[in-house]
Structures are given as C-alpha cells and as structure tokens.
Write a new protein. Structure first.
Lengths: 354, 253
C-alpha cells in the first residue's frame, strides 16, 4: 500500500464524509455540531446515496463502471456543495469546540482520555495486525473482488465464479459493492480494503458514535465522558461472550455489512432518537434536516443488510410509539413513518426477490 | 416457537453475566434516571423490544420473512454496551474523587471477568500479509493465475474460502458451500480431494469433468497412480502443496 493509496483512503473515508456532513451541522440538533457528528452524518448520507444509485443499477444489470462514475461524481458535487455552504457560514468550526474543551480539563481527566485513546489505538492496530477467519467472507469479500475485477454486480457465484442469474436478493444490500468502489478508487485489491482499511475506519466510527451518545447522555459532566467511553471499549473488548453479539461482529467481521448495521447504523439511530426525544421534551421544533438524516440512516441500513431494512423500522416504530405515548404527541408518528418508507419499499422488494 | 426463541436468547447471552449487568442497569436507570427522553430510549424501548422478541407471533412472522438464522439480530436493537457503560459512568460520576478510581477498577474487572476477551477467540490469528489470507493461498494463486483470463482450479477445503477473496479470476468447481454441513452441498470431487490417500484413477476424471486446469494437493498426502497417465504434470511445489497442471486444457487466451 502506497502513501497515495492511504491518502485516497483517508479522503474517501474521513475527509469527504466530514465535508459532506457539514450539510447537517446546523438544524439537526443544537448539541450535535462537532466534527465527529459531521463525519458520521456525512458518511450516513453518502451511504444512503450509494444505495439509491447502486440498487437500480444492479437490478437493471448496468456495469459497475457506471456506479463508479455516478457515485464518484456525486461525491465531488456533494463535497463542493458542502464547501460552498461552509464558506458562507464560517462561524465556529467543530474542531475548535473540541480543542477549547480540551484545554480546560483537569490533569486526571487528561489521563483518563489517554487511557481511552490507548485502548482505541490498540484495537485499530489489532484490526491491521490480526485477522479473523470467517467463512462469510468467502461470499461478501469475494463479491467485492469479483465486482472490482469483472465489472459485473451479482452476476457471478462468489464461491465458484460461475456465471449465474442476477442475485437480486443480495443485490438489495450492496455493501460489498461499496467496498469494491473504494478498492477501485484506491487502486488496491478489494480484499485488502475489506480486511485492513475498512475495519480501521468503521471501528473508529463506532467509537465516534459512542462519543456522541455519551456527550448527549452526560451533558454537563465532561469529566465522566472518557470514563463512559472506556467502559464501552471494555464491553467491546470483552464482548466475545457469545458468537452472536454485536461486539463480536464489530471487531471480528467489521468488513461485513451486517457488522456495520449492528455497530454503526443502529447506534446512530439511537443517537438520533435520543436527540429527537430531547427536542420533543424541551419543546424545540424538529427540523426537516433531522428527518432527512433519519431517513438516510434507514437507507444506509438497507445498504448494509437486508435485515437492516426491517430492524431500522422496528426500532423507529417502537421508539416512536413509546415517545408518542410518553409525550402525548401522536403527530410525531407521521414523519417517523415517512422516514421508514424507503425501508418498507426495500423490504417489499426483498420479499419479491426471495 | 417459544422454545426456539428462548434457546436463541440463551445462546446470545453466553455465560449471561453481561446480560445480568444490562438488566441491573435497566433497573438502575428506571429508578434513578430523571430525564424522560433518556428513560424512554434506554428503559421503555428495550423492554418493549424484549417483549416483541419473545412474542411467538412476532417471532413467527420474522422467521417467515427472514429465515431462522438471523432472528437473533433483533437483540442488536438492545443498547447493551451503551446502557451498561452509561450506568457505570453515572455511578462513577456520583462518587467522591477518592472512591471513583476504586469503583472504576472494580467495574472494569467485573466486565473483564464476566466477558470473554475478543482477541482470544480461536478464529483470530496473526495476519500473514496485507490481504489477511494465508500466504500459501497468495503464492499458489499468483503462480497459477493467467493474466487476461479465468482459470479453473480445485483446492483443498482449508483454502477454498480464501481463494476467490484474493483472486476472483480463479474459478473453482466447489467453494465454501461444501464446508457447511447443513447446506448439504457435498459432492464427489471434494470427497476425493479430502481423502488421506488420493487415488488418481478416481480424482483425475472428476477434475477433468469439471474442467480443472490445476489441482492443488497437500504434499503430505499419499498419491496412488501415475499423474502422466491422466496428462497431469507437476506445475510446482510451494508452501507444503503440490500443484498439478492438466495439459488437456489449454491456458492460451
């Protein structure tokens, strides 16, 4: 892997999502304005766009090179639009918030933060150093490799390489095609992107979400936030108590869409629902951008896994009904139901093709 | 259905201690958390989700839609990590400076003892290269690949899951699907390939039938029969494997 390839990886997985996430810096939640939120919300929006672009192309049997072209153009346009918006509105960057907050901390808090960063660094190094041999990679990673190599999407059997009818059922959740896009853009094999580059980015993203959730839950208790994060790290590191836990998937199988569903999409959904309920409780108006982001999370869930379409609906539905009862605000169910519409459509398509 | 779901929940819990911490956290938040929006998301919603999970009718519908292998993912909707960490952090925050470190260390130790360290999992190994597939797969694939075309090769079962992740131009007559017993995809060719003594009079015709340009066999296996009789030649030996090339099949573009 060359320096240029690593630079492109940082651009695609860090810089561009953060720039695009600038679109959500205002009007989603007054407490969610920092760079971490920009990074995560930007990546969610880009995943939703990828799902919108890619699935029709898969079903219409269009070559992968067109996905690369259209999604590449979208990345450039979205980045440009976000930069123009940011230039118009230069006040208070998120990074400054983090830096100013950092200066005021006590020495003991610095030490706790150092423990957090140390444990995070350990996990990221392990993601590169260690490999988890999972049989499902023979399906998902092979699809990425085939797509990068043969330009066809879901037209070859990943296990053997034989040509087949369109596998539309798996094609509805084309997370492996997104990996193939990254591999194509970076100019390295999809297998390396899936096993080495992606775990580093996605594990980092999960802790970014935990940081945001912790910030929302522990508002006004900044010295406790790093302790919360260390506990999340310990629960993840010691989360291999069964084969099925989301922590197992997060660390061991980060490159698979279902792992991203469990360790990124569902936590982001929790973050946004927490934000919604706080806004409802404090009588704030919920913006259109908020609902756009919520719908994007649902779409990103569909990209990750076919079950993502259903799980996101279940969580939004249950949480929405609980909130409607608790706050006696039944009207909240209407926009929440609208946000779930794309997921319902994908679920119907899934039933049609399975 | 009730038995199936409870069994699934037990399997998800493992030893069960982390789940007990989670239930204790739920009770703690129910009693101590004052903010309604937090209570809704971290107490009421998980309780409703658990009721849904154990509801035989709901389970039957989701089983019907998605199959029985992935229903456990409903449990991913429970914010176990966040809830336990938040409860521990809240208790930590409510303590005096002197007691904080003691509590943090005790809680960390409790998590460590109750859970299982993920990197101790038997499937974790030190990566051999930047592709995270065995070196032997990389070397053999690089040796047999022909730029510009696909080739067909039969590999030992321990290699099949890695080959097409690394190089999708190498096709195989069977892949990972034969290694999963419940899928019932076993066939004659892998059966012959996996025998301790390889009988070429049986293996070679099967491999030819599948159009294999190459057959890869572990060097420590006994081979019965003369490869030349079947127009096989030794293409190379590497990483403990011998690569046979079937000269009946052309590798020209």
């Amino acid at each position: 892997m060359t320096v240029l390839q690593l630079f492109i990886a940082a651009l695609l997985l860090l810089a561009i999502p953060t720039v695009v996430g600038g679109l959500f810096r205002r009007n989603v939640d007054k407490n969610l304005t920092n760079l971490v939120f920009q990074w995560i919300s930007g990546q969610i929006l880009l995943w939703a766009c990828f799902q919108l672009i890619c699935v029709p192309m898969i079903l219409l049997d269009i070559d992968f090179k067109w996905v690369v072209a259209v999604y590449g153009a979208l990345l450039a346009l979205a980045s440009l639009a976000a930069l123009i918006l940011a230039a118009r509105n230069r006040k208070a960057a998120g990074a400054m918030t983090i830096i100013r907050g950092f200066d005021r901390k006590k020495l003991s808090t610095h030490l706790v933060w150092m423990v957090f960063w140390g444990l995070l660094a350990f996990q990221l190094v392990q993601a590169v150093r260690m490999t988890y041999r999972d049989g499902d990679d023979a399906f998902y990673v092979a699809i990425s490799s085939i797509t990068q190599n043969a330009e066809t999407m879901y037209r070859k059997l990943p296990y053997t390489g034989y040509t087949t009818e369109l596998d539309a059922r798996h094609g509805l959740a084309p997370f492996p095609i997104w990996i193939a896009f990254l591999a194509k853009a970076m100019g390295i094999r999809a297998v390396s992107v899936a096993h080495v580059i992606l775990p580093v980015a996605l594990i980092g993203m999960t802790y970014g979400i935990f940081y945001l959730i912790g910030g929302s839950l522990l508002k006004g208790k900044k010295d406790v936030l790093p302790v919360f994060l260390i506990f999340t790290e310990l629960l993840v590191l010691f989360g291999d108590y069964s084969f099925y836990t989301v922590e197992n998937f997060m660390i061991a199988r980060s490159r698979q869409g279902k792992a991203a569903l469990g360790s990124i999409i569902i936590p982001v959904l929790l973050l946004l629902l927490l934000s919604l309920f706080r806004q409802l409780q404090e009588g704030e108006d919920v913006s259109l951008k908020y609902y756009l982001l919520l719908a994007s999370v649902g779409m990103a869930g569909c990209l990750c896994s076919t079950m993502g379409a259903i799980l996101c609906c279940v969580l939004v539905g249950v949480a929405g009904i609980c909130a409607a009862v608790a706050f006696k605000r039944w009207k909240i169910l209407i926009p929440l139901a609208l946000c779930c519409l794309p997921n319902v459509c994908y679920s119907v398509l899934y039933l049609v093709f399975s | 259905m009730w038995n199936v779901v409870t069994t699934l929940f037990r399997e998800y819990m493992g030893a069960g201690l982390i789940m007990i911490f989670y239930l204790v956290s739920l009770i703690y938040l129910w009693m101590r958390e004052k903010r309604k929006f937090v209570r809704i998301l971290f107490v009421y919603v998980p309780v409703v989700l658990l009721l849904l999970f154990f509801n035989p009718l709901f389970a039957k519908i989701l089983y019907g839609l998605l199959g029985d292998e992935i229903y456990y993912r409903m449990l991913w909707l429970l914010p176990v990590t966040v809830t336990v960490a938040y409860t521990a952090a809240s208790i930590y925050g409510s303590l005096s400076d002197r007691n904080r470190a003691t509590f943090a260390l005790a809680a960390a130790a409790a998590i460590a003892v109750s859970g299982s360290f993920i990197y101790n999992n038997q499937y974790f190994q030190k990566a051999e290269n930047i592709y995270h597939v065995p070196d032997s797969v990389v070397h053999i694939c690089d040796a047999i690949a022909v730029p510009g075309r696909e080739i067909q090769a039969a590999f030992p079962l321990e290699m099949v899951q890695f080959v097409r992740q690394y190089d999708p131009t190498i096709c195989m007559p069977y892949g990972r699907e034969v290694t999963v017993d419940r899928w019932n995809k076993w066939s004659e060719l892998p059966d012959e390939m996996e025998k301790e003594t390889i009988d070429l009079s049986r293996l070679a015709p099967l491999a030819k039938e599948e159009g294999c340009h190459f057959v890869i066999i572990p060097e420590d296996k006994t081979i019965v029969g003369n490869p030349a009789e079947y127009h096989w030649e030794v293409f190379g030996r590497m990483d403990g494997y011998v690569i046979f090339r079937d000269t009946d099949y052309s590798l020209l573009l």
